[in-house]
Design a protein around this ligand. Structure first.
Ligand code: CTP
Length: 410
């Protein structure tokens, strides 16, 4: 029996799942099961590489449909030709999308079944990259991903974390449940267009700041920057002119975003004000509230039993932006990471900093917050609020940008 669908958006959809040749191919098996649980029909096509990792038989058993593995299979072509299959699909999902497969799709190759299907289909395509983090961060891969995004391809993941080779970084295939949620969140063909941000300038701050104590040490925090980067990406996808002021993080620059890298709170302050005027400011960075009064010119040597640091307040960038007389600003959005009394403290910050909206989340709990890929949060404004249940940060960011676009209109 097919369990009740938690993702009604996928019910009845015909999904062509193209499996690439990476170690993460085994996760595509679970993806088939979850897509079917959501009420979709799934037809699988595999690259030669994918067949080195998982058998077609496994996919066939889970999808309940014959699996396509070659352009040159006369019997399969007779049952349903590859062009017919490309037409059959309501949407195409490529998971895992390896660096090579992404490159071939970006350049319009048709040298195997999967690439040909992706070229021949007119259905929306979603890719779920998975590869070594250095391959993901390579400018060639980033340019290929950017080209695909520019053509309207949805990019789901990759996630940051331990990789198969024992290293760690961005390159893990998103979890199947997150892929299904992201697919369900993407507007189906024919849906009313989402609020657009065309012609608007958006400045986003993201990540931590590092306050130097001496040439080798700093005060920092555990912000990963993922939320701010996802917000910048989402705003750019909606046509905004986006400047992303990023603290020290190892994240790829989202497509179509102008990135300014900074280290300290003061540098972030200066970069944000250099990027103004703007229509929207979103302060997603975890800015240090204090910085050493005078960083030591040389490494601080250990001497006495205890050491007191002399710290001074940093500029409150968000409050300064909200109070600035830059006439163009239409919406200033802040973030509040709280460990208790979330709503009360968030509303206090909304008022004290004279913001238009504050987005609060509880930190210090398992499965959410700074380093996690998922989060739950609530947005508050003067006479309203909206709760966002736990979801991948990319999806939350998209929903938040949608709310921001709505609030801008009202
Ligand atoms: N912020 C800022 N500049 C600072 C400090 C914070 O722009 N120097 C912004 C953050 O980007 C975030 C919001 O303010 O949008 C967080 O508010 P804040 O009151 O600083 O939160 P906390 O640092 O958590 O404050 P507290 O420690 O008092 O809870």
């Amino acid at each position: 029996m097919v369990p009740a669908s938690k993702e009604p958006a996928l019910k009845g959809q015909r999904i062509l799942l193209c499996v690439g040749g990476g170690i993460a191919a085994y996760k595509a098996l679970e993806l088939v099961r979850r897509l079917r649980d959501a009420g979709a029909s799934v037809q699988v096509a595999m690259t030669d590489g994918a067949q080195q990792f998982v058998t077609a038989l496994s996919f066939q058993a889970l999808s309940g449909l014959p699996v396509r593995t070659s352009l040159w299979d006369a019997a399969a072509e007779q049952a349903m030709g590859h062009l017919e299959l490309a037409r059959w699909a309501d949407r195409v999902v490529v998971a895992p999308a390896t660096a090579d497969l992404i490159a071939r799709l970006a350049h319009g190759h048709a040298d195997d079944l999967v690439a040909t299907l992706c070229l021949a289909t007119t259905a929306p395509i979603s890719i779920c990259p998975a590869m070594n983090h250095r391959m993901w961060l390579h400018p060639a891969t980033q340019a290929n991903v950017e080209a695909l995004r520019g053509r309207g391809v949805q990019v789901i993941g990759p996630e940051d974390g331990p990789l198969a080779e024992g290293e760690s970084g961005p390159g893990r295939l998103s979890e199947p449940a997150d892929i299904v949620a992201a697919l369900a969140g993407a507007a189906p063909a024919g849906a009313p267009p989402r609020p657009r941000l065309h012609g608007l300038k958006v400045v986003v701050s993201a990540g931590p700041t590092y306050e130097d104590l001496d040439p080798v040490r700093y005060l920092g925090n555990r912000s990963s920057g993922k939320m701010g980067f996802a917000i910048a990406a989402s705003a750019a996808r909606r046509g905004a002119d986006v400047v992303l002021v990023a603290g020290p993080v190892h994240l790829p620059t989202p497509a179509g975003v102008k990135r300014v890298d900074v280290r300290s709170a003061q540098q972030m302050h200066d970069a944000v004000f250099a990027a103004l005027p703007a229509d929207i400011y979103i302060g997603a960075a975890a800015v240090a509230d204090y910085t050493p009064r005078e960083p030591a010119a040389n490494k601080i040597k250990k001497s006495s039993e205890s050491l007191a640091l002399d710290l001074v307040r940093t500029p409150d960038i968000l409050a300064e932006v909200a109070a600035s007389t830059q006439g163009r600003l239409r919406l200033v959005v802040g973030f509040a990471a709280e460990t208790e009394k979330v709503a009360e403290y968030a509303r206090k910050k909304l008022e004290a900093k004279r913001l238009d909206m504050i987005v609060a989340n509880r930190v210090g709990v398992a499965g959410g917050g700074f380093e996690s890929d998922s989060n739950a949060m609530t947005a508050y404004w003067a006479d309203g609020e909206r709760e966002f249940p736990s979801a991948p940060k990319t999806q939350l960011a998209d929903e938040l940008v949608e709310l921001i676009a709505e609030r801008l209109k009202s």
